[in-house]
Each structure stands twice: as structure tokens, then as C-alpha cells.
Design a protein around this ligand. Structure first.
Ligand code: FAD
Length: 539
């Protein structure tokens, strides 16, 4: 049987960082197992290509949740990358660290070393920010972060001005010391190409002899010697194989994959596992609980000014955008469609932002729900405004539907199951309407296409939210970090409670969802995990 010092499961956002950092030490050997295959396709590398990867089963797990009572019994579609780079290869590239208080919350929940002052260093180490000189920003790190100042569509400034009319501050950097207010998003691209952690960390590290990547290898279970994890079983080309880990097994299989693999290996709620006939290795009732996600709704407005619809819809527009991209790797193909937004307080008495906004100078009201063709927007000028609550209080869960590792687990997001989240849904929807009615947006908007004027009262707004709101693709927390083995899965050093030789380092360990997008904080978690592992193993 092959043996490595570290066996990492999952070459997603976190796994690529860890494989790269741990293999910096030439005296250790690292194996990275990934269920998916190559990320060398145009639709992954071209920034706007993520519309095409959204429903591509060859690189996407394409989960459907169970029907959600809070969404009128609708299922929610959860895309997740099944490819080198993981969800970081199919995401919208928005780079937001989260609010400093998010990490202070993590610390206050019993996780010393995870406060903002502790983790800032890791955010900075990861990034290579291309904007002007600023404190708090990293230079020369692996992940190129592109400032959209001067690149975003001109209507983004109209959105920012309307927000200021309502009294919201503007900011030139959501990742700066304050970061509150409205402004332009930054994205993870380098020279007009996606800067996933696969491109930024893994690809250069694969030159090293002590790092091995095996793709198309789906882990099916962990092997143990008593309480100690000793290796990983995986299936590749219909052949079951096992590798052993001399030092540690590290799960980076993401919010769904990491919890699923634990449960398949007998680590989870004992009664649930027994009901499926899985021998209980370690009763860990918190596995699969505590799932949190951002839930957003979009409002669509027809405009009297050209938007990206005018540039991308006609054939000659696509051709021009293509030529522009070939010329200098710039223009709309080099960006996400989420270009502006903000973190705002819906009431002045709040101590921190409670809503995240998105402004996209493009619309897709006529695209069937089963498609997401970012290059085929509406044939008239229009934009979309969206919001989500920053810190939802609803908690979801996932469990195995079968002991078969190739069956998908049951995911129950439990959206809108608290009064607070319901209240936020109405507050945010009302706020989008206020923004649309504020100058200078008001003069640019011709008509609200969706949901339209028939949706008028708070009851209507909530009913519309239940009908149309959906995930922003930020599920976290299924293996939450904290001190209590009955409520948390890993301790503050990311070691699985009650077991040895096993850590988890990905978005599943977030104790609470951060206020913004989750890729940058996942990268931070993996950067910090690398230091924790190196220091523990050299002690
Ligand atoms: C469509 C979409 C848009 C998004 N947009 C943004 C955005 O704009 N900005 C942002 O910050 N965040 C965004 N996100 C979220 C962000 O990408 C994720 O939070 C982040 O990638 C999570 O990283 P991870 O390492 O936890 O998991 P992943 O990146 O999902 O990696 C998990 C990896 O493990 C592999 N794996 C799973 N199970 C197994 C197994 N049994 N054996 C072997 N391998 C396995 C998977 O194939 C995958 O490669 C988006 C996500 C999606 C899906």
C-alpha cells in the first residue's frame, strides 16, 4: 500500500492551498485526492465562463436539496465544483474576506487564535492585490485580486450614487479596515484568467517531487486503527484502493463532501449511522448539523441606458467582446457579472452591516431556470439588484441517504426557519425598492420587470421572497469548529474531536457563516491550517 505523510481529500479551494503549503517542506510527502478531473477548459479559465459550468455534470456535483418548507416546498439547486479547484473553479470570483467581527465571533465562540487580528496575516499572505497601496492588503501572495475600479460598467457608479442618496457610505475597498458601505467588488483573476487556488497554489507546487495529485479518485471512506485515522480508501476507474497517511489525513472535501465522508466512515450521529447499518466508529452528533448559507433574491429593472445586455446579447456584440478579450484580456468576458454591491446597515442602530447588496449591469429574465447562459442576457437593456442577509440564523443539516458513497446525501437547508430571517427577507426586499426609487437610479429605471408592481405589501414581498429566493452558493458549517464535542466537530486546531490523526480544513469548519462571500475566508482557513499542522507535527 502506498504511504504518504499527509493525505488530503479534495482539491478544491482549501485543498489546493494545503497541498501547496505542506509540500513546501521537501522532507514530507503529500498526496492530494480529487474526485473530479482537469480544470483546463475554457469555460473554467475564462472568467465569464462560469455560466456554462453551472449545470455541467462533468465538473459539477449538481446537488438538489430536499424540499424547503420556508421556500414554499421548493428544492434548492446547489452547484459544487467536482474538478481540480473545486467550487473555486466554478464560482463567480468575488473576493470578500468578511467583516472583522465575523472572526471575532469565531473566537468568542471558543476558538482562540481565530479572531480577526489573528487571521489577518493569513488573508494577506494569500493575496496579491493589484489596487493602490493600502494597509491590510497583501502583495506578492499566490492569489491575484483584481480591483474593478475603471473596469466595471458605468452604471455601477449610478448604483453607488443612489445608495449614497439613501445615506449609505461608499467604500473603495470591502477588504479594507472598515469595508462598510457600497462600492465595486474585487475579483480573483490574473491577466484576464480565473485565479482559483488551483491556478494560484497547486499548479506551481505540482513541480515538486514530494507532492502527488490523483484526480478522478473519489474517497469512499477513512481507515482507522482504533481512534487514529490511518488512511483513505478511494475508487478510481472502478478500482478500490487504499493509501495510508503516516502523519495525518486532512479533509478538504467541502461542506458536503467532508461531512459525508466522516459519516460513511462511522463518524457521526450514532443512531443515524446505525439506522443505515454503518458501524459506529465514533459518536459525533454534530457532524452534518449547523449548515448555514446566504439566501438572496433579485429584482430586475428595465433601463433607458445601455447595459451589458446590449454588449453581450447581439452576435456582433459577442464578437466585439471576444476581440476585446483577445486584444488585452479585458472587457466583460474578463469579469464576473457581480460588479458592484455593498455591506450596509438596514437600521442606524445596528452595530454592524446586516445586508449584502449586489448590482449587476445585466439581466436574465427570459433565460429558462434550467440554464445560466451569462452570454445570452435579455434582448433589452436591464439590470438586477439583489440582497442577502449577512448572518442568517436558520440552521440546516445533512445526513446520509444511504451507506453507498456514490449516493448523494440528504441536504435540508432549513432556510427561513427563524423569525429573524423572515424579518430580514422583508427588510431587504423593501430596501431594494427604496434603492430603485432613489436618484440617480430612478431616472435610469424604466420599469420593474420582476417582481413588478403587483407585489406591494410586506406580505407580498415575503411571499415573493419565498417563491424566488435562492442560495448564493455559500453553504458552510457542517463540521463546525468549537470546543464542545457534542456541538462541534473539530477543535480550534482543526483536529476532529475524539479522534487522532484527522483534521478538517475547508468551508465546513466555519462556526458561523461570514458576512460575505466564502471563498476568501476558506483560503484563509487553509493557510492557517497549514501553519497549525506544521507547528503541531514539529512539536
Ligand atoms: C456557483 C458558485 C458561485 C460562487 N461564487 C462565489 C464568489 O463569487 N465568491 C466567493 O467568495 N465564493 C463563491 N462561491 C463559494 C466558494 O467557491 C466556496 O465557498 C469555496 O470554494 C469552498 O471551498 P472548499 O474548499 O470548502 O470546497 P470546494 O472548493 O467545493 O472543494 C471540495 C473539493 O473536494 C472534492 N471532493 C468532495 N468529495 C470528495 C471525495 N469523496 N473524494 C475526493 N474528492 C472529493 C470536490 O470535488 C471538490 O473539488 C461560489 C460557489 C459556487 C458553487
Amino acid at each position: 500500500m502506498d504511504a504518504f505523510d499527509y493525505v488530503i481529500v479534495g482539491a478544491g479551494t482549501a485543498g489546493c492551498v494545503l497541498a501547496s503549503r505542506l509540500s513546501e517542506d521537501p522532507s514530507v510527502s503529500v498526496l492530494l485526492l480529487e474526485a473530479g478531473g482537469s480544470d483546463r477548459t475554457i469555460w473554467i479559465q475564462l472568467p465569464i465562463g462560469y455560466g456554462r459550468t453551472y449545470f455541467d455534470a462533468s465538473i459539477n456535483w449538481m446537488y438538489d436539496t430536499a424540499p424547503v418548507p420556508g421556500l414554499n416546498g421548493r428544492e434548492s439547486y446547489w452547484p459544487r465544483g467536482k474538478v481540480i479547484g473545486g467550487s473555486g473553479s466554478i464560482n463567480a470570483m468575488v473576493h470578500v474576506r468578511g467583516r472583522p467581527e465575523d472572526f471575532d465571533d469565531w473566537k468568542d465562540l471558543g476558538n482562540p487564535g481565530w479572531g480577526f487580528d489573528d487571521v489577518l496575516h493569513y488573508f494577506m499572505r494569500a493575496e496579491d492585490f493589484d489596487g493602490g497601496p493600502r494597509s491590510h492588503r497583501g502583495r506578492g501572495g499566490p492569489v491575484r485580486v483584481t480591483d474593478l475600479t475603471g473596469l466595471a460598467h458605468p452604471l455601477c457608479q449610478t448604483f453607488i450614487a443612489a445608495s449614497q442618496t439613501l445615506g449609505f457610505p461608499s467604500t473603495d475597498d470591502f477588504n479594507g479596515p472598515s469595508g462598510e458601505g457600497v462600492g465595486l467588488y474585487q475579483i480573483t483573476t490574473r491577466d484576464g484568467l480565473r485565479a482559483s487556488t488551483a491556478n494560484a497554489y497547486l499548479r506551481p507546487a505540482l513541480q515538486r517531487k514530494n507532492l502527488k495529485l490523483i484526480s478522478h479518485a473519489q474517497a469512499t471512506g477513512l481507515t482507522f486503527d482504533g481512534a487514529r485515522a490511518t488512511g483513505v480508501s478511494y475508487r478510481r476507474q472502478a478500482v478500490e484502493q487504499t493509501v495510508s497517511a503516516r502523519r495525518e489525513v486532512i479533509l478538504c472535501a467541502g461542506t458536503i463532501g467532508s461531512a459525508q465522508l466522516l459519516m460513511l466512515s462511522g463518524v457521526g450521529d450514532g443512531a443515524d449511522l446505525q439506522a443505515l447499518g454503518i458501524p459506529v466508529r465514533h459518536h459525533a452528533p454534530a457532524v452534518g448539523r449547523n449548515i448555514q448559507d446566504h439566501l438572496a433574491v433579485s429584482y430586475f429593472y428595465k433601463t433607458n441606458r445601455p447595459t451589458l445586455n446590449n454588449e453581450l446579447r447581439p452576435f456582433h456584440g459577442k464578437a466585439l467582446a471576444g476581440l476585446r478579450y483577445l486584444w488585452d484580456r479585458g472587457g466583460p468576458l474578463s469579469m464576473s457579472v457581480n460588479q458592484a454591491g455593498g455591506f450596509i446597515r438596514s437600521r442606524p442602530d445596528l452595530t454592524r452591516p446586516d445586508l449584502q447588496l449586489y448590482f449587476s449591469p445585466v439581466s436574465y429574465t427570459q433565460t429558462p431556470l434550467s440554464e445560466r447562459r451569462l452570454l445570452n442576457p435579455d434582448p433589452f437593456p436591464a439590470v438586477l439588484l439583489s440582497f442577502n442577509a449577512c448572518r442568517p440564523t436558520s440552521r440546516g443539516r445533512m445526513s446520509l441517504s444511504s451507506p453507498d458513497p456514490f449516493e448523494y446525501p440528504l441536504i435540508e437547508p432549513n432556510y427561513l426557519s427563524t423569525d429573524k430571517d423572515i424579518e430580514d427577507a422583508v427588510t431587504g426586499s423593501r430596501l431594494l425598492r427604496q434603492l430603485a426609487a432613489a436618484e440617480p437610479l430612478k431616472s435610469v429605471f424604466v420599469e420593474e420587470l420582476i417582481p413588478g408592481p403587483k407585489v406591494a405589501t410586506d406580505e407580498d414581498l415575503l411571499a415573493d421572497f419565498r417563491d424566488r429566493a435562492d442560495t448564493v452558493y455559500h453553504p458552510v458549517g457542517s463540521c463546525g469548529m468549537g470546543p464542545d464535542p457534542t456541538r462541534h466537530v473539530v477543535d480550534p486546531r482543526l483536529k476532529a474531536h475524539g479522534l487522532e490523526g484527522l483534521r478538517i480544513a475547508d468551508a465546513s469548519i466555519f462556526p458561523t457563516v461570514t458576512s460575505g462571500n466564502t471563498n476568501a475566508p476558506t483560503t484563509m482557513v487553509a493557510e492557517k491550517a497549514a501553519d497549525l499542522i506544521r507547528s503541531d507535527d514539529s512539536a
